[in-house]
Design a protein around this ligand. Sequence first.
Ligand SMILES: Cc1ncc(COP(=O)(O)O)c(C=O)c1O
Length: 416
Amino acid sequence: MRRYRVSRDLNMRARRTIAGGVNSNVRLAAIPWPLGFDRAAGSRIWDVDGNEYIDFAMGMGTHILGHQPAAVVDAVRRSLDSGQLFAGQHSLECRLAESIVAIAPWIEQVRFGLSGTEMNLLALRIARAATGRQRFVRFVGHYHGWLDPVLSSGSSPLMPGQSAAAMVDEVVVKWNDLASLDAALSQGDVAAVVMEPVMCNTGCIPPVSGYLAGVKEICARHGTVWVVDEVITGFRLSLSGAQGVFGICGDITIFAKAMGAGFPIAALGASVELLAGVANGTVNHSGTYNSGLSSVAAAVASLDELTGSRPHDRIARAGNRLIGALSGMATRSGHVLRVEGPGPMVQMRFGADVVPTSPEEFRAASDPDVLRSFIAAWQDHGVRTTSRGMCFLSAAHSDHDIDRAVDAAVAALDMI
Ligand SMILES: Cc1ncc(COP(=O)(O)O)c(C=O)c1O
């Protein structure tokens, strides 16, 4: 614990004036306590005790280009010479919209906001306005943000303070199961189906073959708007996200995280027809900070860099190298570590040697206590990942980083 002494002091200080000492509840789960960080560059991050880590938390998936990518940092610095927020239009936001439409040509128009959560809420509003219906379908194990209308996942009780009304419009359905979806939509009054195209919030599980095409057909048949939440997969799974990879597009697309390379910006994309109400002002979408200069500059630079340098194959290769080296590694402590996912993001799991296709199977095949011990031990050996064992790869991770992370994992496994 001496290794994290300065972090502990910082955490004690923070807890006096910041509730819980953190500004996102996800960070409460950090082990042994929320660490403080001084700086980060490329694939590395340094804590306030001076410990260096290979970082797989990567801003919770935002840093597709690594920490401090030169192109993005330079663009943001330049943007500050022009101002910070005009509360009006500027040419850079047109440039960003044009880039997105070029990369994801199934999108005709966009609106920008600050977070994935609010763009998902806007999607529900647009779908309700377009269909005149009220309810929406979501899936067990998927996550679409922290605010009331999208926080619950049906199977779990409401959290203290959460509006009971939040559950009223929500229909929770089993994912990767077309019959359940069809049955839910057959009951009527469903405005939208909201889904992660690859389930990244409980394990990292791809859709079964034909599932996304089936979802598209079912939504079209019932006149329901299909919202594809690409907050994690967008610009990460490939340049054109999961929809590009699977060759299937939804009616509304949500982008956030990798789009801004760490700066607060998100986008909702759809057809001109679906966005007509937003365009003529009858469907409200507002926000003081929307399309602030530094965030837009970061996103333009991020998408230019991703388009120009095409790092996605390299990122996937690094992830697959991690999967290959660690997956199924029989540990000296008798546990089996599984690493699952498409490469740009991977999920670590201790438990049964099976391939889960649903959150239920994932949970049944997982030992969260062993995972937690492993994450702590990996951190002690200089590798940082998210508190639920999801690793985000980036263009900054080298083969050497992966080899070091694997060596550290071997040492960590010896400790648990
Ligand atoms: C799939 C998905 N949708 C939405 C969100 C919420 O995005 P934000 O944290 O930017 O509000 C997240 C956050 O991790 C997410 O993973």
